[in-house]
Write a protein that binds this ligand. Structure first.
Ligand SMILES: Cc1ncc(COP(=O)(O)O)c(C=O)c1O
Length: 453
């Protein structure tokens, strides 16, 4: 492979990033139509790599969503920190298989170090095990597989050997506002999403502790730190203590909310989080590393290893920690490198500053919208803002104007039966000027809709 291809790619990447402040956040209709240029039959003869890259960039780049920029507030996405971006380019060149210590000693070393830093920054037990997975969905799945192992082994049932046929039942308890990824994990683990006990929630989506049923040592209680719409946190301390007394397993889905523990200002939302048995979070959301990158943590490493490990004579086990015993994948890319780079570049202060700045920006947006008579449906406790423009119809129209305008992109959602515009402030790249530009775009769209309806 010609070495200059990396330089070419980096230059194209640089141009893409520096154009972000001035381009439409969502690709234009013309750019999307341009994607049809990819629709060609696979040719017989090879094509020069430089030409392949040129085609990819010229057709693909205009059709990208500018989510690494400062005015993308859709879903909970986040951008990419410069150090993580650089690490990602290097990781592509290194092309390490992170599955085994033997196939990548450097990746194993970086994962070991990053794991210790993560547990410390997130306030989790330092002896917990970390799995570097593809996202919070996989983090939930992996942690719940460890929970399934632990709960069934208490009943002398080896689920990895015997499967679930004839196994004692695990009672899975979730809040009504449980994230769909937990439901998916439960179904993939054979625990049956139709068999869950769903506990009512309050007006912010927090599980009502007084409605949680009796727990026992065959119960898996799934709590949430950071509701995908409202950003609300379940009452962890009270429920973890209740679960501990009963011998139940507590899992916390903190896809973005778990990072609040890296701040002094918002850590109170997670009081008691260290009492749980397992946790999942994303790195590609609020830690601002590239896709795809998520994490799971399990208090008792043996439970995770029992659920995930596989052995074969050819899989040589070197060193103290075999990465493939901690994740569903065997071969995988060295995503721990980018996490290491993000943590190393920001340090504890930089992390706290990034998360707190995004929360301040979310609150400023909510206050400015309220001052213009726009209803905010949630308590803005973290980085999520739910704005409603009078009624469902108007809210959808405002949202469509905003999304089509190109200045800003934010998601549509339904919160407790009401349509809302959902702004998730999750990017290191969002400046205060971006917040001003966003507010102007929302006000303009709102004024336009008000004038025509
Ligand atoms: C609370 C929660 N859990 C899990 C997920 C799933 O994360 P991922 O898309 O990284 O799998 C999300 C995504 O927004 C989330 O908000």
């Amino acid at each position: 492979m010609p070495q200059h291809i990396l330089i070419d790619a980096a230059q194209r990447g640089e141009q893409f990033l520096s154009a972000l402040p001035d381009r439409s956040v969502y690709p234009t209709a013309e750019a999307l139509e341009g994607l049809s240029a990819f629709d060609v039959p696979l040719q017989e003869e090879p094509v020069d790599p430089a030409q392949v890259l040129e085609e990819l960039d010229s057709i693909g780049s205009p059709a990208t969503v500018a989510s690494p920029g400062g005015r993308y507030f859709g879903f909970v996405i986040g951008g990419t920190l410069p150090a993580a971006q650089g690490a990602s380019v290097l990781a592509a060149a290194w092309d390490q298989n992170a599955g085994l210590e033997m196939t990548s000693p450097v990746s194993s070393a970086l994962e070991r170090v990053a794991s210790g830093w993560l547990l410390s920054v997130l306030g989790l037990p330092e002896s917990a095990a970390t799995g570097f997975v593809t996202g919070a969905t996989q983090g939930n799945f992996t942690a719940l597989a460890a929970a399934r192992h632990a709960l069934l082994s208490r009943a002398d049932w080896d689920v990895e050997e015997q499967g679930l046929y004839g196994a004692p039942e695990i009672k899975v308890v979730v809040g009504e506002e449980v994230h769909v990824s937990v439901l998916k994990a439960v179904s993939m683990l054979g625990l049956g999403r139709g068999r869950l006990t769903k506990v009512p929630v309050d007006d912010q989506g927090r599980i009502r502790a007084d409605q949680v049923p009796e727990l026992d040592d065959m119960t898996l209680l799934c709590l949430q730190s950071g509701n995908v719409n409202s950003g609300a946190f379940d009452p962890l301390e009270e429920l973890c203590q209740k679960a501990e007394g009963a011998g139940a397993w507590v899992h916390v889905d903190g896809a973005f909310g778990l990072w609040a523990n890296a701040t002094a200002k918002y850590a109170h939302l997670l009081t008691g989080v260290e009492l749980a048995d397992s946790w999942a979070t994303d790195a590609h959301k609020w830690l601002n590393v590239p896709y795809d990158s998520g994490l799971c943590f399990v208090r008792n490493p043996e439970d995770l290893v029992a659920a995930m490990s596989s052995t074969a004579a050819y899989l040589v086990e070197l060193g103290p920690r075999q990465p493939f015993h901690f994740t569903p994948e065997l071969s995988r890319r060295a995503r721990g490198m980018e996490i290491w780079a993000a943590l190393r570049s920001l340090g504890r202060q930089g992390l706290a500053e990034m998360f707190e700045r995004n929360c301040d920006q979310a609150r400023r947006m909510a206050e400015a919208l309220t001052a213009r008579g726009i209803e905010i449906l949630n308590e803005v406790v973290l980085n999520q803002v739910l704005a409603r423009f009078g009624n469902d119809d108007r809210t959808v129209q405002v949202m469509k104007h905003i999304q089509a305008g190109g200045e800003v992109w934010a998601s549509d959602t339904v919160w407790q039966g009401k349509r809302a515009l959902r702004l998730s402030v999750s990017s290191w790249a969002t400046t205060d000027d971006d917040v001003d530009r966003t507010l102007r775009a929302i006000f303009e769209a709102h004024d336009l809709v008000k004038a025509t309806t």
